[in-house]
Design a protein around this ligand. Structure first.
Ligand code: FDA
Length: 404
C-alpha cells in the first residue's frame, strides 16, 4: 500500500520532531519515520538527563564548519529567545547554570513531552520503529504538479512525498541509534560531504606517556586550554578532568572540536595565579617542601604528582634554585602535550563535518537536489559545548519548516 504525505521527515530526534511540529502546524501533512523504538534518545540523555536545551548567548561564533557563516541566517530567524518562549509556554521550569547554558529543572523528559505535544498539535503522524529500505526520486510527480516525488520504501510500506527532510543526526553514540543514513542519502543524490570526526570528545594519550598522570584520574580543576598555531589559535577557560586514559571535562570537550591529529594542546593549570611570583615569595619566606607550597596554589594531588617529574622539585622551596622554580611554573602554566587520539564516536557528544553546506541553502536547508532538506547535526555545522547544538537543531528545523 502506498501512502502520500506533504513532508516526510527521517529522524525523530531534536531537529526532526521540532521541524515536524512547526510544519504540521503550518498545515502540512507530515510523517516522521525513525528506526528506533523511542523518540529523541539523545535529548533524553543530554545534559546529564536535564537537557542543556539552548544557550542564551548562542551566536555564529560558537559554531564550526567549513563555512562558519552558514548558520547565521537560521540562528537570526530562530534564536535562543524563541525557543525559551516555547519552553515557557509549555510551563517547563528551567534554570541557567553556567555561561548562558539553560537546563530543565526536572528532566529532559519535559522537553520530549513538549516536542511531542507540538507534533500532536500539528497532526503529525509517526512511524516507529520503522526501517527505511531505500529512497528514489522521480522528477515528474505522479499527480502532475511537476515538483518531483520521493518514494521511500520502508518496512511499513511505500511512502511518496514531494519533500524529504533528513534529520538523522551524526555518528556519535551508535548504541542509541546513530547511523550514517543521512550521509549515504546525501551521496546518493550527488551532494558533497565534509569528512566526519568525533567532536566534543575526551582526548586519549599514549599509555607510557600518560603513566605519570594516570594517578590524577578523577581530579578536576579550572584551566585555560588552547590548540592551533598562532593565526588559528582557539582557547577556552573551562574545567579540566583527568581520567585513566587521558583528559576530559568541558575544557577538553571544547578544544577537541578544534584539535587536529598529531598537534599538541597547551594548558595553563593555574590560570588565575602568577606562579613565578608566588613560588619566589614562598622561597623567601617558607621552609616547607615545594610540593606543600605548590598545594596552596593548585590542587594538592596535582602538586604531589607534578613534583615527581623532576628531582629538582623534590626539596624544600628555600633550597630550590630560581631556575628549577621558574621551570616548575613554566611547566604548569604551559603544559604542552600531544594527544594520541580521541575516545571516538562511542563517547563523542557530536559529529563534526557532515553534509557540505555548499550544497545547501542557508535560508531553507534545501539541498541542490530539489525537495531534499538536511537539518540538525547531519549538516556540517557543529556547536560548542553548552546548548549550542540543540539551538542549531531548533534553528535549522524552523528554517526548513517555514520554507516548505
Ligand atoms: P538526533 O541524534 O537527536 O536524532 C537523530 C534521529 O535519527 C534519532 O532519533 C535516530 O534514531 C534517527 N535515525 C538515525 N539513523 C536512522 C535511520 N537510518 N533510519 C531512521 N531513523 C534514523 N547538545 C546540546 O545542545 N546540549 C546538551 O546538553 C547535549 N548533551 C548531549 C549529551 C550526549 C551524551 C550526547 C551524545 C549529545 C549531546 N548533545 C547536546 C548533542 C545533541 O544531542 C545533538 O546535537 C542533537 O540531538 C542533534 O539533533 P538531531 O535531531 O540532528 O539528531
Amino acid at each position: 500500500m502506498s501512502h502520500r504525505f506533504d513532508v516526510v521527515i527521517v529522524g525523530a530526534g531534536a531537529a526532526g520532531l521540532f521541524c515536524a511540529g512547526v510544519a504540521g502546524q503550518l498545515g502540512l501533512k507530515v510523517l516522521v519515520i525513525d528506526h528506533g523504538e523511542k523518540v529523541a534518545e539523545k535529548v533524553r540523555i543530554s545534559g546529564g538527563g536535564r537537557a542543556n536545551f539552548t544557550n542564551r548567548e548562542a551566536a555564529p561564533a560558537n559554531f564550526l564548519g567549513d563555512n562558519p557563516n552558514f548558520c547565521r541566517s537560521a540562528l537570526s530567524r530562530y534564536g535562543p529567545k524563541d525557543f525559551v518562549a516555547l519552553v515557557q509556554r509549555h510551563g517547563i521550569p528551567f534554570h541557567e547554570k553556567h555561561k548562558g547554558q539553560l537546563f530543565c529543572d526536572r528532566s529532559a523528559e519535559d522537553l520530549i513531552a513538549m516536542l511531542l505535544a507540538e507534533c500532536a498539535a500539528g497532526g503529525v503522524e509517526r512511524w516507529q520503529p520503522c526501517a527505511i529500505k531505500g529512497v528514489s526520486f522521480s522528477a515528474a510527480s505522479a499527480d502532475g504538479s511537476g515538483t518531483g516525488s520521493y518514494e521511500i520504501e520502508s518496512d511499513r510500506g511505500t511512502v511518496s512525498t514531494p519533500r524529504l527532510v533528513v534529520a538523522t543526526g551524526g555518528l556519535s553514540i551508535p548504541k542509541i541509534g546513530a547511523t550514517d543514513f543521512g550521509y549515504r542519502l546525501a551521496r546518493q543524490f550527488g551532494l558533497r560531504l565534509v569528512p566526519t570526526r568525533p567532536a566534543l570528545v575526551p582526548l586519549t594519550f599514549d599509555g607510557a606517556h600518560w603513566a605519570p598522570y594516570a594517578q590524577l584520574a578523577g581530579l578536576a580543576l579550572p584551566v585555560w586550554i588552547e590548540t592551533g598555531a598562532k593565526k588559528a589559535r582557539m582557547g577556552f577557560a573551562e574545567d579540566l578532568l583527568f581520567t585513566h586514559r587521558g583528559l576530559s571535562g568541558p575544557a577538553v570537550l571544547q578544544i577537541s572540536s578544534y584539535w587536529a591529529e598529531g598537534t599538541p594542546i597547551r594548558l595553563n593549570l593555574a590560570p588565575d595565579t602568577d606562579l613565578p611570583q608566588a613560588l619566589a615569595r614562598a622561597k623567601a619566606t617558607s621552609r616547607k617542601l615545594i610540593a606543600n607550597e605548590l598545594a596552596q596554589l593548585v590542587p594538592a594531588r596535582l602538586a604531589d604528582a607534578w613534583v615527581q617529574q623532576d628531582t629538582g622539585w623534590q626539596r624544600p622551596v628555600a633550597e630550590a634554585s630560581d631556575k628549577a622554580l621558574n621551570l616548575l611554573a613554566e611547566r604548569l602554566a604551559r603544559w604542552e602535550i600531544t594527544p594520541m587520539g580521541t575516545e571516538g564516536y562511542r563517547k563523542a557528544e557530536v559529529t563534526a563535518g557532515g553534509v557540505d553546506t555548499r550544497d545547501l541553502s542557508s535560508q531553507t536547508m534545501e539541498s541542490k537536489q530539489p525537495g531534499l532538506y538536511f537539518i540538525g547535526e547531519v549538516v556540517d555545522v557543529t556547536g560548542w559545548l553548552g546548548g549550542y547544538n540543540f539551538q542549531w537543531a531548533w534553528a535549522s528545523a524552523f528554517a526548513c519548516a517555514q520554507a516548505m
